[in-house]
Ligand binder design. Sequence first.
Ligand code: F0G
Length: 455
Amino acid sequence: MMQDTHQLRCTGCARVIAHEDLKETFRCPECGDLYEVEYPAWSVSAATSAKRNFPNPSALRWLWKERRSSTDIKDQSGVWRFRDLLPILHDEANIVSLREGNTPLYALPRAGRETGVASLYGKHQGMNPTGSFKDTGMTAALSVARERGFSWVACASTGNTSAAMAAYAARAGMRSLVLIPQGKIAWGKLSQAVDYGALTCQLHTDFDGCVRVLSEVVRRAPVYLLNSVNPYRLEGQKTPALEIAEELEWHAPDHLIVPGGNLANSSALGKAFLEMKHLGLVDRVPKISVIQAEGANPLYQSMQTSEGRELSPVEAHTRASAIRIGNPASWKKAVRIVQATGGWVEQVTEAAIALAKAEIGAEGIGCEPASAVTLAGLKKLVAQGRVDPSEMVVLLLTGHTLKDSDYTIHYHRGDLLREDELAPLRAEIDATRRNPVELDADPDQVLRALDRVAP
Ligand code: F0G
C-alpha cells in the first residue's frame, strides 16, 4: 500500500489519526473538536519532522514559477501549482479544477489615501471561477471526495460555498446537495447553485439551523460534507497566502485583514504563513486580524468577555449575508491564529460596511458586502493606533461585487440603510452614492446631466 503523505491532528486534544479514521462530521470522537491536516515530513506540529526532510525553499520557489508557463491543468491552477505543500491526494488524476486561484493583488490607492495607509492592497479572491474564495478550498476537498469514491457531496451555506460546491461537483460528474436558509442568501449565489445543477433545499431556518440539519443528514446518508469543518478545504484555502508571498518576492505583508463568518478562512491563511515560515520560504508571519459585522459578532464578543476562551452563539443579523453566522464552527482555530500572529478581532457597523464597499467599488474593483468589512475594520484599527500607517496591509476581498448586486443598487439609490444606521456616516455615504439618472432619449438632457457633475 502507498505511504500516506498526510495525517490529521485534532486541534483540541492533539490526537493524531489516519485519514481513513476521519468521521463523517469531521469532529474528534474524543473531544468534539476539529482536525487539521499535517504532513509528517515537514509540518509545524509534526513531532517527527527533521529538517533534512524539508523541501528546499529555493527549489520550491523556482518550481512554482516554472509551472505558471505549463499547459498542464494542475500547473495552471493557482491551488495545485502549490501541490507540494498540500499533498492530500494519492492520485493526482482525481484533481477537479476550474483553473482557480492566481488572483490579482490590487493596489488600493484611494482607500490608502483615505486611511493613511500608503501600502494598501486587496487580494481579490472574488476573481475566482465562481466569484469567491471558496473555489480554492473546494477544488481541494472535492478532489478528495472523488478519490474516496463519493457520488454525492453536500454543504450548508450562506451562498458562496454552495455555488462553488455545485460547480466543482458538476465538473466532476458528481451530485450536490445544498442547504441554504430560505430568503437569506443573495440571488446571484442561489442562481449559481441551481444553474450548476445542485439539489437546492431552502430551509425555514438560518445558516446555523442548516448546519444542524446537515450534520444529521451526513450521518444517515453516504454524502460527503464540504463545509469548512472539512480540513481539506482549508488546505486549498492556504494558497492565496502563498500567492501573496510570491507576489511580494517572498516577503510577508505586515498585516492581513480577513472577514469572519464561520471563521475557517483566517486559520487557513494563518496555517499557510506559519508553514511558509517553518520551511524558510518567508522570514516572518503577518498579523492576522478578523473583522465581523456588529450584528453577527460572536468572536468579537468572545474576545471581549473571555479572551477567546468561550464563545456564546448569537442570533445573527447583517445585510452582509455571507457572514450572517451566529455559531461559527471554526472559532477556536480563528482565536489561535489571531493570538499566534498578534492580530485583533474587530466589529463594524452596517453603515461602515456599506461605505467601505462603495469605496472599494470606486477603485474600479468592487467586492461583495462581506469582503468590505476588511476596509471598515482597517479604518478602526488605524484610529485605535493598532495599525501604523507605515505598514503594508493586505485586505482579503472574498467575493465578487456581482454576487449581491441588489445590495449595491439599494446603496446607490439611498434605501439600503435605516435612518439611525445612516446618521453617523451620512456625509461620507452621500458623497459616494451614484444613483442612475433617468432621462429622455435627448442629447441635451445628457449634456445637462454632464454639466451638473463635470468639474
Ligand atoms: N466572505 C464571504 C464572501 C463569504 O462567503 C464567507 C463565508 C466569508 C467571508 C467568511 O469566511 O466562514 O471562513 O469565516 N461564507 C460561507 C458560505 C459561510 O457558506 O458561503 P469564513
